[in-house]
Design a protein around this ligand. Structure first.
Ligand code: DP6
Length: 372
Protein backbone atom coordinates (compact mmCIF):
# COMPACT_ATOMS: atom_id res chain seq x y z
CA UNK A 1 0.00 0.00 0.00
CA UNK A 2 1.30 3.43 -0.87
CA UNK A 3 -0.07 6.93 -0.56
CA UNK A 4 -0.47 7.13 -4.35
CA UNK A 5 -3.27 4.61 -4.22
CA UNK A 6 -5.44 7.22 -2.50
CA UNK A 7 -5.13 9.77 -5.29
CA UNK A 8 -8.45 9.50 -7.13
CA UNK A 9 -8.96 9.09 -10.82
CA UNK A 10 -10.81 11.92 -12.57
CA UNK A 11 -14.23 12.53 -11.08
CA UNK A 12 -17.06 11.19 -13.18
CA UNK A 13 -19.68 13.67 -12.07
CA UNK A 14 -20.18 17.29 -11.21
CA UNK A 15 -22.28 17.98 -8.16
CA UNK A 16 -23.53 21.47 -7.31
CA UNK A 17 -24.25 21.02 -3.63
CA UNK A 18 -25.23 18.58 -0.93
CA UNK A 19 -24.70 17.63 2.68
CA UNK A 20 -23.50 14.61 4.67
CA UNK A 21 -23.64 13.87 8.39
CA UNK A 22 -21.42 11.31 10.10
CA UNK A 23 -20.94 10.50 13.75
CA UNK A 24 -17.62 9.08 14.85
CA UNK A 25 -16.43 7.97 18.28
CA UNK A 26 -13.36 8.60 20.35
CA UNK A 27 -10.96 5.75 21.13
CA UNK A 28 -8.66 4.81 23.97
CA UNK A 29 -5.23 3.37 23.21
CA UNK A 30 -4.05 0.27 25.06
CA UNK A 31 -0.61 0.33 23.41
CA UNK A 32 0.14 4.01 22.86
CA UNK A 33 1.17 6.02 19.82
CA UNK A 34 3.75 8.51 21.05
CA UNK A 35 6.27 9.83 18.57
CA UNK A 36 5.84 10.33 14.85
CA UNK A 37 7.86 10.77 11.66
CA UNK A 38 7.15 13.13 8.77
CA UNK A 39 3.62 13.08 7.29
CA UNK A 40 1.95 11.67 10.37
CA UNK A 41 3.71 8.30 10.17
CA UNK A 42 3.85 6.74 13.64
CA UNK A 43 7.16 5.73 15.18
CA UNK A 44 5.49 2.63 16.58
CA UNK A 45 2.29 0.64 16.11
CA UNK A 46 -0.62 1.14 18.53
CA UNK A 47 -3.96 -0.48 19.32
CA UNK A 48 -7.13 0.99 20.81
CA UNK A 49 -10.60 0.16 21.97
CA UNK A 50 -13.14 2.15 20.01
CA UNK A 51 -15.55 3.90 22.37
CA UNK A 52 -19.30 4.12 22.01
CA UNK A 53 -20.75 7.13 23.83
CA UNK A 54 -18.01 9.74 23.45
CA UNK A 55 -18.49 10.87 19.90
CA UNK A 56 -18.61 13.78 17.49
CA UNK A 57 -21.37 14.35 14.98
CA UNK A 58 -20.39 16.46 11.98
CA UNK A 59 -22.41 17.77 9.06
CA UNK A 60 -20.55 19.00 6.02
CA UNK A 61 -22.68 21.03 3.59
CA UNK A 62 -20.99 21.89 0.35
CA UNK A 63 -21.79 24.24 -2.52
CA UNK A 64 -19.86 24.81 -5.71
CA UNK A 65 -18.06 28.15 -5.88
CA UNK A 66 -17.00 30.30 -8.84
CA UNK A 67 -13.26 29.97 -8.45
CA UNK A 68 -10.92 27.22 -7.27
CA UNK A 69 -8.21 29.50 -5.92
CA UNK A 70 -8.30 28.76 -2.22
CA UNK A 71 -10.04 26.80 0.53
CA UNK A 72 -13.32 28.28 1.71
CA UNK A 73 -15.10 27.01 4.80
CA UNK A 74 -16.83 28.00 8.04
CA UNK A 75 -16.84 25.96 11.24
CA UNK A 76 -19.57 25.81 13.88
CA UNK A 77 -19.52 24.05 17.25
CA UNK A 78 -22.97 23.50 18.75
CA UNK A 79 -24.32 26.16 16.38
CA UNK A 80 -21.73 28.82 17.27
CA UNK A 81 -19.22 29.97 14.69
CA UNK A 82 -15.73 28.95 15.77
CA UNK A 83 -13.04 30.76 13.83
CA UNK A 84 -10.55 29.43 16.38
CA UNK A 85 -10.90 25.96 14.80
CA UNK A 86 -10.07 27.21 11.30
CA UNK A 87 -6.24 26.98 11.35
CA UNK A 88 -6.37 23.28 12.29
CA UNK A 89 -8.84 22.55 9.49
CA UNK A 90 -6.89 24.68 7.00
CA UNK A 91 -3.77 22.61 7.84
CA UNK A 92 -5.80 19.44 7.40
CA UNK A 93 -7.15 20.61 4.02
CA UNK A 94 -3.61 21.41 2.85
CA UNK A 95 -2.40 17.96 3.89
CA UNK A 96 -5.22 16.10 2.15
CA UNK A 97 -5.70 18.25 -0.96
CA UNK A 98 -3.68 15.88 -3.18
CA UNK A 99 -6.04 13.07 -2.20
CA UNK A 100 -9.25 15.15 -2.37
CA UNK A 101 -8.65 17.43 -5.35
CA UNK A 102 -12.19 18.85 -5.18
CA UNK A 103 -11.55 20.74 -1.93
CA UNK A 104 -10.97 24.14 -3.56
CA UNK A 105 -14.04 23.81 -5.82
CA UNK A 106 -16.55 24.12 -2.98
CA UNK A 107 -17.47 26.25 0.00
CA UNK A 108 -17.95 24.00 3.03
CA UNK A 109 -20.08 24.61 6.08
CA UNK A 110 -18.79 22.32 8.83
CA UNK A 111 -21.18 21.92 11.78
CA UNK A 112 -19.99 19.80 14.63
CA UNK A 113 -21.07 18.79 18.12
CA UNK A 114 -19.66 16.44 20.74
CA UNK A 115 -21.54 14.23 23.18
CA UNK A 116 -18.96 15.12 25.81
CA UNK A 117 -18.32 18.65 27.07
CA UNK A 118 -15.73 20.44 24.93
CA UNK A 119 -13.85 21.54 28.02
CA UNK A 120 -13.77 18.05 29.55
CA UNK A 121 -10.12 17.51 28.64
CA UNK A 122 -11.21 14.57 26.47
CA UNK A 123 -9.47 14.81 23.14
CA UNK A 124 -12.05 15.57 20.48
CA UNK A 125 -9.48 15.40 17.67
CA UNK A 126 -9.90 11.64 17.13
CA UNK A 127 -13.69 11.75 16.85
CA UNK A 128 -13.73 15.17 15.17
CA UNK A 129 -11.13 14.46 12.50
CA UNK A 130 -12.55 11.03 11.68
CA UNK A 131 -16.09 12.43 11.33
CA UNK A 132 -14.82 15.20 9.04
CA UNK A 133 -12.77 12.76 6.95
CA UNK A 134 -15.84 10.55 6.50
CA UNK A 135 -18.04 13.46 5.39
CA UNK A 136 -15.42 14.43 2.79
CA UNK A 137 -15.19 10.81 1.64
CA UNK A 138 -18.96 10.79 1.13
CA UNK A 139 -18.62 13.86 -1.08
CA UNK A 140 -15.87 12.13 -3.06
CA UNK A 141 -17.94 8.96 -3.38
CA UNK A 142 -20.72 11.00 -4.95
CA UNK A 143 -18.27 12.64 -7.37
CA UNK A 144 -16.89 9.25 -8.37
CA UNK A 145 -20.20 7.46 -8.72
CA UNK A 146 -21.14 6.61 -12.28
CA UNK A 147 -24.59 5.23 -11.47
CA UNK A 148 -23.59 1.76 -12.61
CA UNK A 149 -24.80 -0.87 -10.19
CA UNK A 150 -21.65 -2.75 -9.30
CA UNK A 151 -21.47 -6.39 -8.33
CA UNK A 152 -21.42 -7.44 -4.65
CA UNK A 153 -17.72 -8.20 -4.82
CA UNK A 154 -16.94 -4.75 -6.17
CA UNK A 155 -19.21 -3.22 -3.57
CA UNK A 156 -17.35 -4.78 -0.68
CA UNK A 157 -14.07 -3.72 -2.28
CA UNK A 158 -15.49 -0.20 -2.53
CA UNK A 159 -16.41 -0.25 1.14
CA UNK A 160 -12.92 -1.36 2.14
CA UNK A 161 -11.39 1.39 0.02
CA UNK A 162 -13.82 3.96 1.45
CA UNK A 163 -12.94 3.08 5.05
CA UNK A 164 -9.22 2.79 4.40
CA UNK A 165 -9.05 6.11 2.63
CA UNK A 166 -11.21 7.78 5.30
CA UNK A 167 -8.86 6.41 7.96
CA UNK A 168 -5.86 7.53 5.88
CA UNK A 169 -7.30 11.07 5.68
CA UNK A 170 -8.27 11.12 9.36
CA UNK A 171 -4.67 10.18 10.21
CA UNK A 172 -3.45 13.25 8.36
CA UNK A 173 -5.74 15.32 10.61
CA UNK A 174 -4.75 13.62 13.85
CA UNK A 175 -2.88 10.34 14.14
CA UNK A 176 -5.15 8.62 16.64
CA UNK A 177 -8.23 9.63 14.58
CA UNK A 178 -7.43 6.87 12.09
CA UNK A 179 -8.36 4.33 14.81
CA UNK A 180 -11.93 5.66 15.28
CA UNK A 181 -13.75 4.48 12.17
CA UNK A 182 -14.29 0.85 13.06
CA UNK A 183 -14.40 -1.27 16.17
CA UNK A 184 -14.09 -2.94 18.52
CA UNK A 185 -10.29 -2.90 18.37
CA UNK A 186 -8.17 -1.11 15.80
CA UNK A 187 -4.47 -1.39 15.09
CA UNK A 188 -2.54 1.43 13.45
CA UNK A 189 1.11 1.10 12.44
CA UNK A 190 2.99 -1.64 10.73
CA UNK A 191 3.69 -4.68 12.88
CA UNK A 192 5.48 -7.77 11.59
CA UNK A 193 2.90 -10.17 13.04
CA UNK A 194 -0.35 -8.29 12.53
CA UNK A 195 -1.61 -9.06 9.10
CA UNK A 196 -2.68 -6.07 7.05
CA UNK A 197 -1.32 -3.54 9.56
CA UNK A 198 -0.18 -0.29 8.00
CA UNK A 199 1.43 3.00 8.93
CA UNK A 200 -1.02 4.73 6.60
CA UNK A 201 -4.38 3.80 8.15
CA UNK A 202 -6.02 1.86 10.95
CA UNK A 203 -7.19 -1.74 10.46
CA UNK A 204 -9.55 -3.86 12.51
CA UNK A 205 -7.71 -6.20 14.88
CA UNK A 206 -7.64 -9.28 12.66
CA UNK A 207 -8.21 -12.03 15.28
CA UNK A 208 -11.17 -13.37 17.21
CA UNK A 209 -11.31 -11.51 20.54
CA UNK A 210 -12.02 -13.43 23.78
CA UNK A 211 -15.53 -12.99 25.19
CA UNK A 212 -14.25 -11.31 28.36
CA UNK A 213 -13.40 -8.25 26.26
CA UNK A 214 -16.90 -8.01 24.77
CA UNK A 215 -18.56 -4.78 25.87
CA UNK A 216 -15.52 -3.84 27.99
CA UNK A 217 -16.23 -0.72 30.02
CA UNK A 218 -14.31 2.55 30.16
CA UNK A 219 -15.36 5.12 32.74
CA UNK A 220 -13.49 8.36 32.14
CA UNK A 221 -12.75 10.22 35.35
CA UNK A 222 -12.49 13.95 34.67
CA UNK A 223 -9.67 14.92 36.99
CA UNK A 224 -8.65 18.06 35.16
CA UNK A 225 -10.93 19.62 32.63
CA UNK A 226 -8.59 22.46 31.69
CA UNK A 227 -6.85 23.05 28.39
CA UNK A 228 -4.15 20.49 27.63
CA UNK A 229 -0.84 21.55 29.18
CA UNK A 230 1.06 19.99 26.29
CA UNK A 231 -0.49 19.79 22.83
CA UNK A 232 -0.11 16.44 21.11
CA UNK A 233 2.12 18.00 18.44
CA UNK A 234 4.51 19.29 21.09
CA UNK A 235 4.22 15.96 22.91
CA UNK A 236 5.13 13.82 19.91
CA UNK A 237 8.03 16.14 19.11
CA UNK A 238 9.48 15.45 22.54
CA UNK A 239 10.38 11.98 21.26
CA UNK A 240 12.91 13.45 18.81
CA UNK A 241 16.32 12.97 20.40
CA UNK A 242 14.70 11.50 23.52
CA UNK A 243 17.30 9.31 25.27
CA UNK A 244 14.87 6.38 25.64
CA UNK A 245 12.97 6.77 22.35
CA UNK A 246 14.37 3.78 20.45
CA UNK A 247 13.85 1.41 23.39
CA UNK A 248 10.30 2.70 23.78
CA UNK A 249 9.50 2.09 20.12
CA UNK A 250 10.86 -1.45 20.38
CA UNK A 251 8.84 -2.03 23.54
CA UNK A 252 5.63 -0.94 21.77
CA UNK A 253 6.23 -3.58 19.08
CA UNK A 254 6.70 -6.23 21.79
CA UNK A 255 3.67 -5.05 23.72
CA UNK A 256 1.48 -5.16 20.64
CA UNK A 257 2.58 -8.72 20.00
CA UNK A 258 1.83 -9.60 23.63
CA UNK A 259 -1.56 -7.88 23.76
CA UNK A 260 -2.61 -9.58 20.55
CA UNK A 261 -2.26 -12.93 22.36
CA UNK A 262 -3.89 -11.59 25.54
CA UNK A 263 -6.91 -10.29 23.62
CA UNK A 264 -7.41 -13.68 22.01
CA UNK A 265 -6.86 -15.73 25.18
CA UNK A 266 -8.60 -13.45 27.69
CA UNK A 267 -5.90 -13.36 30.39
CA UNK A 268 -7.00 -10.33 32.38
CA UNK A 269 -4.02 -10.28 34.77
CA UNK A 270 -1.67 -9.99 31.82
CA UNK A 271 -3.98 -7.40 30.25
CA UNK A 272 -3.88 -5.26 33.40
CA UNK A 273 -0.08 -5.42 33.67
CA UNK A 274 0.46 -4.49 30.04
CA UNK A 275 -2.13 -1.70 29.85
CA UNK A 276 -1.10 0.01 33.09
CA UNK A 277 2.57 -0.25 32.16
CA UNK A 278 1.83 1.35 28.77
CA UNK A 279 0.03 4.27 30.47
CA UNK A 280 2.84 4.90 32.93
CA UNK A 281 5.47 4.54 30.19
CA UNK A 282 3.72 7.23 28.16
CA UNK A 283 3.93 9.56 31.16
CA UNK A 284 7.50 8.45 31.91
CA UNK A 285 8.45 9.52 28.37
CA UNK A 286 7.07 12.98 29.12
CA UNK A 287 8.81 13.20 32.47
CA UNK A 288 12.16 12.24 30.94
CA UNK A 289 12.04 14.48 27.85
CA UNK A 290 13.63 17.89 27.51
CA UNK A 291 11.70 20.02 28.30
CA UNK A 292 10.00 17.72 30.82
CA UNK A 293 6.37 17.64 31.91
CA UNK A 294 4.26 16.06 34.61
CA UNK A 295 0.76 15.75 33.21
CA UNK A 296 -0.68 13.73 36.08
CA UNK A 297 -2.26 15.67 38.95
CA UNK A 298 -2.23 14.64 42.61
CA UNK A 299 -5.75 13.26 42.13
CA UNK A 300 -4.58 11.10 39.23
CA UNK A 301 -2.22 9.35 41.63
CA UNK A 302 -4.87 9.12 44.34
CA UNK A 303 -7.14 7.33 41.87
CA UNK A 304 -4.39 4.96 40.72
CA UNK A 305 -3.61 4.01 44.32
CA UNK A 306 -7.30 3.49 45.09
CA UNK A 307 -7.65 1.20 42.06
CA UNK A 308 -4.65 -0.85 43.17
CA UNK A 309 -5.99 -1.12 46.72
CA UNK A 310 -9.45 -2.13 45.46
CA UNK A 311 -7.93 -4.79 43.24
CA UNK A 312 -5.83 -6.17 46.11
CA UNK A 313 -8.84 -6.27 48.46
CA UNK A 314 -11.45 -7.67 46.12
CA UNK A 315 -9.63 -9.54 43.34
CA UNK A 316 -11.37 -7.27 40.83
CA UNK A 317 -9.87 -7.01 37.33
CA UNK A 318 -10.39 -3.26 37.12
CA UNK A 319 -7.41 -1.29 35.78
CA UNK A 320 -6.54 2.14 34.46
CA UNK A 321 -5.04 3.78 31.46
CA UNK A 322 -4.15 7.41 30.78
CA UNK A 323 -3.94 9.63 27.75
CA UNK A 324 -1.66 12.66 27.56
CA UNK A 325 -3.34 14.39 30.48
CA UNK A 326 -4.56 14.01 34.04
CA UNK A 327 -7.85 12.19 33.36
CA UNK A 328 -8.05 8.50 34.19
CA UNK A 329 -9.74 5.87 32.02
CA UNK A 330 -11.01 3.08 34.28
CA UNK A 331 -11.28 -0.18 32.32
CA UNK A 332 -13.27 -3.20 33.52
CA UNK A 333 -15.12 -6.23 32.20
CA UNK A 334 -18.88 -6.20 31.66
CA UNK A 335 -19.53 -8.71 34.45
CA UNK A 336 -17.95 -6.35 37.01
CA UNK A 337 -19.90 -3.30 35.82
CA UNK A 338 -22.14 -3.03 38.88
CA UNK A 339 -19.45 -3.39 41.55
CA UNK A 340 -16.90 -1.20 39.79
CA UNK A 341 -19.48 1.54 39.19
CA UNK A 342 -20.32 1.52 42.88
CA UNK A 343 -16.58 1.71 43.70
CA UNK A 344 -16.19 4.65 41.31
CA UNK A 345 -19.16 6.49 42.80
CA UNK A 346 -18.15 5.82 46.41
CA UNK A 347 -14.38 6.14 46.24
CA UNK A 348 -13.16 7.75 43.01
CA UNK A 349 -15.73 10.44 42.11
CA UNK A 350 -14.43 12.57 44.97
CA UNK A 351 -11.13 13.01 43.05
CA UNK A 352 -12.90 14.26 39.90
CA UNK A 353 -13.57 17.92 39.12
CA UNK A 354 -17.12 18.57 40.33
CA UNK A 355 -17.43 14.81 40.82
CA UNK A 356 -17.74 14.34 37.04
CA UNK A 357 -17.11 11.19 35.08
CA UNK A 358 -18.38 9.68 31.83
CA UNK A 359 -19.49 6.06 31.48
CA UNK A 360 -18.56 4.53 28.20
CA UNK A 361 -17.91 1.10 26.74
CA UNK A 362 -16.43 -0.47 23.64
CA UNK A 363 -18.18 0.44 20.39
CA UNK A 364 -18.05 -0.40 16.72
CA UNK A 365 -17.10 2.79 14.94
CA UNK A 366 -18.57 5.54 12.84
CA UNK A 367 -22.06 5.82 11.34
CA UNK A 368 -23.52 7.69 8.41
CA UNK A 369 -26.41 9.65 9.89
CA UNK A 370 -27.75 11.56 6.90
CA UNK A 371 -27.01 12.27 3.26
CA UNK A 372 -28.82 14.91 1.22
C1 DP6 B 1 -1.39 9.84 24.07
O1 DP6 B 1 -3.41 11.51 17.79
O2 DP6 B 1 -3.67 13.42 19.41
O3 DP6 B 1 -3.49 9.73 23.01
O4 DP6 B 1 -1.23 12.94 15.53
O5 DP6 B 1 -0.44 14.97 16.75
O6 DP6 B 1 -2.91 14.62 16.37
P1 DP6 B 1 -1.55 13.96 16.59
O7 DP6 B 1 -1.60 13.23 17.98
P2 DP6 B 1 -2.78 12.46 18.72
O8 DP6 B 1 -1.90 11.66 19.81
C2 DP6 B 1 -2.51 10.76 20.67
C3 DP6 B 1 -1.56 10.32 21.69
C4 DP6 B 1 -2.13 9.48 22.82
C5 DP6 B 1 -1.89 7.98 22.55
C6 DP6 B 1 -2.78 7.31 21.54
O9 DP6 B 1 -3.94 7.68 21.36
O10 DP6 B 1 -2.28 6.32 20.96
Amino acid sequence: MTEAQFIPKAYAKTVENGSYTWSSPSNIALVKYWGKKKNQIPENPSISFTLNNCKTTTTVSFSKKEDSDSFSFDVFLDGDKKDGFKPKIETFFKRVETYLPFLKDYHFKIETSNTFPHSSGIASSASGMSALALCLMSVEKELLSDDVISSTVEKSEDETYFLQKASFLARLGSGSACRSLEGDLVVWGEHANIEGSSDLFGVKFPHQVHDVFKNYHDTILLVDKGEKQVSSTVGHNLMYGHPFAQERFKQAHKNLEAISKILQEGDLDKFIALVESEALTLHAMMMTSMPYFILMKPNTLQIINKIWAFRAETGSKVCFTLDAGANVHVLYPEKEAKTVLAFIENELAVFCQNGQYINDHVGFGANLIKSE
